[in-house]
Design a protein. Structure first.
Length: 100
């Protein structure tokens, strides 16, 4: 492990922490009509591929960062799926927000 592993770890934490406010906001609002499925889905796919590469290269900092990122993005994707399926009072009053 290089002497600067902490820089990579701090960088990953800062990047991945940027998802926490969005996850908290969706949890608080209990709706996700405006959220795209594709953004977190493509992000998870990209991180899975990068994780596979990092594992083959035995880079523990990147493996840890990508696992954390995948976990947060799966949570976000699950929230979008769950809250879009759940009946919302806003959808009932605004039929143009109903998605098929």
């Amino acid at each position: 492990m290089t002497p600067f592993w902490w820089m990579g770890s701090a960088g990953f934490l800062a990047i991945e922490a940027s998802y926490v406010p969005q996850i908290a906001r969706l949890h608080r609002l209990k709706r996700a009509e405006e959220m795209s499925y594709f953004f977190p889905l493509l992000n998870v796919i990209g991180r899975l591929l990068a994780l596979a590469y990092s594992v083959t290269e035995h880079n523990d900092v990147f493996v840890s960062g990508f696992v954390l990122g995948i976990t947060l993005r799966v949570i976000l994707l699950a929230q979008v799926w769950l809250y879009r399926r759940k009946p919302s009072p806003i959808r009932a009053s605004r039929p143009e927000l109903v998605t098929t």
